[in-house]
Design a protein around this ligand. Structure first.
Ligand code: AMP
Length: 544
């Protein structure tokens, strides 16, 4: 950004690039591409259309569409209209999406792609409010326009493409990302324009993002890492190359994509890197244009990092760490040289404006080298969970030891220690939150969904680390209601109506009783042992 003046809202980076370089590529997916000029023009039209239809500052606007240049355009338009962007996973099951919709009460739903059936189910559901209007912004005619849409892409032609002046300010919410909630209801993390701008203004110069860059857009839009892809690219005036999601299970094709698109920067969850390492698809000195690889969201096993660093000696590798609640990432560590052994790499030091604290139960700093819980303060801190002051109070505390009495800190639930090198090391979770293929999952949400089926007497969901690329694997032991037999396949089928595929346990065990500890609670350690025993070959495993 080389000293460029800051912005008030995220969309202003697009306007700035469109003025300076309207013909430069902004976002690409296969044959589908938008220049900065086109992105600016279309997003101004869509913003006008939303404003014309009564969108007011702070109105929530849900986005239900696959990752595409049009979806990115719609995000920019929502900001221009002063709305709050709420991404919905178009592959998500309707009951879970309905909970998110009931929580954020959108004024608008912008949809495109093969989501017509899903949207009809949502609109027929109990939580749908009549006042929510639907815009169908598919522009290529591949999907028929549903009769119930309040406006369609064709209507945009009626609006001017000149700049729109929204009254939103820096401190206003920009988006709400819903993460897994332990009680079965997803939690809506509110992120302001200011939170996001501060992160991008650190990331762009640190990662030396510049107009010549071709940056990956690997994360799904409902995952907050996508915000660095999109707005890092736009702040730098670079070109965003959306990675087709189907390549995730085709490591060879994924590598080909990096090669063919001549990507200069790659950012993803570790599982994508791990997967390519496992299938050995990276050649020595491969990906000639690539300068930087970044990952975030969970631990990248050091052997996988060594694989990458040996093959790509000229590339810089950075570990980013942070929860959604503190805006994409709060700390970073650029690995100085290929590690010589498999010791974990640190999560490093705080990004500009962020503070990391390793504290004990009384919120006192633990001595260097000792394990404590990681708390985060600073410019990335979310104002809290949408419509949930209780959960907000439990997770966002005032820092009793700060000289600023107002300073808030976020309780991450992560265990950490500060090393003798002054860097922070991640040591795992203090609770039942896990990561599987980069997805943040509360095991409690899976249990709550299983209970909600009303066909089980007892159930325990646990996670165990795997040797493979997928992080933790999820296991479920259950006791059917008396007199009822229920095969794992049947139960899995029922659960898939309520939860996305990445939350479905991979292994299942039907038992007569679950082990309990002396205070009568389910003994999860012994449940884990049940799955480790050879005779537990009785359990049924499903491809995840
Ligand atoms: P999410 O809100 O989905 O970004 O998940 C946040 C959680 O992911 C953190 O609290 C950590 O448990 C984990 N996490 C994020 N980044 C890393 C990393 N680089 N290394 C280890 N764990 C990570």
């Amino acid at each position: 950004m080389s000293g460029a003046a800051s912005v008030e809202r995220l969309d202003q980076w697009v306007t700035r690039q469109a003025r300076q370089r309207p013909f430069a590529g902004a976002v690409v997916l296969g044959e589908d591409r938008l220049t900065y000029g086109e992105l600016e023009d279309l997003s101004n039209r869509l913003a006008r259309c939303l404003l014309d239809a009564g969108c007011e500052p702070g109105d929530r606007v849900c986005l239900l569409m696959p990752k595409s240049p049009i979806a990115i355009m719609a995000i920019v338009a929502i900001y221009k209209a002063g709305g709050i962007y709420v991404p919905l996973d178009p592959a998500g099951p309707a009951p879970r999406l309905a909970k998110i919709i009931a929580s954020c009460e959108p004024r608008w739903m912008l949809a495109a792609g093969p989501v017509g059936g899903l949207l009809e189910t949502l609109m027929a559901g109990e939580g749908w409010r009549e006042s929510t209007r639907v815009g169908w912004v598919q522009s290529d005619g591949t999907q028929a326009e549903p009769v119930w849409a309040d406006f369609s892409a064709r209507d945009l032609d009626r609006y001017a493409g000149s700049p729109v002046a929204a009254s939103t300010q820096r401190r206003d919410p920009a988006h709400i990302f819903y993460t897994s909630g332990s009680t079965g209801v997803p939690k809506g993390v509110v992120i302001t324009h200011s939170n996001m701008i501060a992160f991008i203004e650190w990331a762009v110069p640190y990662f030396e993002m510049r107009p010549q860059d071709r940056i990956s857009g690997h994360s799904p839009l409902h995952f907050d890492l996508s915000m660095l892809d999109i707005f890092g690219t736009f702040a730098a005036g670079a070109e965003l190359h959306l990675v087709p999601p189907e390549l995730n299970v085709l490591p060879n094709k994924l590598a080909e994509f990096i090669r063919g698109s001549e990507l200069t920067q790659w950012f993803s969850v570790p599982s994508a890197l791990n997967y390519m390492a496992k299938f050995d698809v990276v050649r020595v000195h491969d990906f000639r244009a690539l300068r930087r690889v970044m990952w975030c969201g969970e631990v990248l096993p050091t052997p996988a990092l060594m694989y990458w660093m040996r093959r790509l000696p000229g590339v810089r590798f950075t570990n980013l760490y942070g929860p959604t609640e503190t805006t994409v990432a709060s700390s970073y560590y650029t690995v100085p040289a290929c590690p010589e052994d498999a010791a974990p790499v640190p999560i490093g030091q705080p990004c500009d404006g962020e503070v990391l604290y390793v504290l004990d139960e009384d919120l006192r700093p633990v001595p260097a080298g000792e394990v404590g819980e990681l708390f985060i303060g600073g410019v990335g801190l979310s104002p809290g969970y949408w419509g949930d002051p209780e959960k907000t109070r439990a997770a966002f505390l005032t820092n009793p030891r700060s000289s600023h009495p107002e300073e808030r800190i976020y309780r991450t639930g992560d265990l950490a220690r500060v090393g003798t090198d002054g860097l922070v090391y991640f040591l795992g979770r203090a609770d039942a939150q896990i990561k599987s293929r980069g997805y943040r999952i509360e095991l409690g949400e899976i249990e709550a969904a299983l209970h909600a089926l009303g066909i089980l007497q007892e159930v325990a969901v646990i996670a165990l680390p795997t040797e493979g690329f997928e992080g933790a694997s999820i296991y479920c032991a259950y006791v059917p209601l008396p007199g009822r037999s229920l095969t794992p396949t049947e139960l899995r089928g029922e659960l898939s109506r309520l939860l996305p595929a990445y939350m479905l346990p991979a292994s299942w065990l039907s038992v007569e009783t679950l082990p309990t500890n002396p205070n009568g609670k389910i003994d999860r350690r012994r449940v884990a042992e049940m799955f480790r025993q050879p005779e537990a070959a009785r359990h049924e495993t499903h491809p995840a």
